[in-house]
Design a protein around this ligand. Structure first.
Ligand SMILES: Nc1ncnc2c1ncn2[C@@H]1O[C@H](COP(=O)(O)OP(=O)(O)OP(=O)(O)O)[C@@H](O)[C@H]1O
Ligand SMILES: [Mg+2]
Length: 338
């Protein structure tokens, strides 16, 4: 029986030590992040935030490429990193597949790309033999708009970046995963082709019933493609909710700042909301990390970590402000010290 949750992160934290052993500091690249991707209807969750906000660190943990320092990751209701019911690597790779930023790095220049497709099909049990694998591969390529005959025997340099990214998406589809985690999958691709890839995610969500975590700087594609948006700031998930709600009624002051300038297709958030470089010490503050820039800052924001407030159905913000008008629970009131 499959779980009601495709993925769940509970209090996920990842620290890095930077600098020397004695003089170094601890940087919280991901700081107590919790979120759930429900099963049932497949969904696209975009994770957006400026450079250094912890997106790739989160993606690597979701893909089991990096261990968290604290918290838990569950895939299909099962532990990923510890516990007796822990998923093994084979099961994990059948359920969760990656798409990386640079498709040219995903394939060696010395091997024909179809060899990767065969490896995936045979190693992950999507096909029992080469003949079956060929069918599975042809179907996956078809789903991304490519023809097996045009891919067979060719090397990476015989494709454009856009085509190669399609091939890596086809590769990811081969085991029929329930979740694809794509870290900036269009940022290395020619701007004119980006929307094609993004549209492909929408199409695959419906046709293949696969959910996506789509990591991006690009608010406009995030809004266009996603069912849910998670906004990251300095390792914190500061706002989470259905994308329409986030875009039309942002609750966190950082989200509001980002929404003030409506970006055009392909424009990066970093280009719009230009913030000073991330300072290492900002990752370490225990009060609100946005306090120094927040137009609504109050004393409490510089004293305590803000609570994660439930604003509405499936909506949360890590901020003291919504408490003013959201229904107050005793816990929230206590956390806010009001
Ligand atoms: N292996 C590492 N060792 C030390 N610090 C790291 C390591 N990996 C990431 N960091 C730091 O963690 C923070 C978050 O980095 P991360 O790459 O997750 O951000 P990001 O949101 O993906 O940024 P970008 O948009 O530039 O890709 C940054 O300050 C980064 O320097
Ligand atoms: Mg990154």
């Amino acid at each position: 029986m499959s779980s009601e949750k495709v993925m769940e992160l509970k209090g996920l934290t990842r620290a890095f030590r930077i600098g020397g052993l004695l003089t170094g500091t601890r940087l919280l690249a991901v700081d107590d992040v919790s979120l759930t991707l429900k099963a049932g209807e497949p969904a696209i969750l975009s994770i957006v935030g400026e450079s250094g906000s912890g997106k790739t660190t989160m993606a690597r943990i979701m893909l089991r490429l990096l261990e968290p320092s604290g918290g838990d990751v569950y895939i299909d209701g099962r532990h990923v990193f510890a516990g007796a019911d822990r998923m093994d690597s084979h099961e994990f790779r059948r359920f969760v597949q990656p798409i990386f930023q640079n498709p040219f790095e995903a394939f060696s220049s010395r091997k024909p790309v179809d060899s990767y497709l065969y490896e995936t099909a045979l190693n992950l049990g999507a096909a029992a033999n080469r003949k079956q694998a060929r069918e599975v591969i042809a179907s996956a390529l078809n789903s991304v708009g490519l023809d097996y005959g045009l891919v067979e025997g060719k090397y990476p340099n015989q494709f454009s970046g856009g085509e190669l990214q399609r091939i890596s998406i086809a590769r990811a589809l081969i085991p029929n995963p329930k979740l694809i985690v794509a870290d900036e999958p269009v940022s290395m691709i020619d701007a004119s082709l980006r929307m094609n890839i993004v549209n492909l995610f929408l199409q695959l969500k419906n046709e293949r019933q696969v959910s996506f975590v789509y990591i991006t700087h690009d608010l406009s594609t995030a809004y266009y493609v996603s069912d849910y948006i998670a906004i990251m700031y300095r390792g914190n998930l500061v706002e989470l909710g259905p994308s329409d709600a986030i875009l039309t009624d942002p609750q966190h002051p950082y989200t509001e700042l980002l929404m003030d300038s409506v970006p055009k297709i392909g424009e990066k958030w970093d280009d719009i909301a230009v913030l000073p470089d991330v300072e290492t010490k900002e990752y370490a503050v225990t009060h609100c990390k946005f306090a120094a820039r927040c137009p609504y800052v109050r004393d409490i924001c510089r004293q305590q970590r803000p609570p994660l407030v439930e604003i509405g159905p499936e909506r949360q913000a890590l901020c003291f402000r919504p408490i003013d008008y959201a229904p107050q629970t005793e816990r929230e009131v206590a956390a806010a010290g009001i």
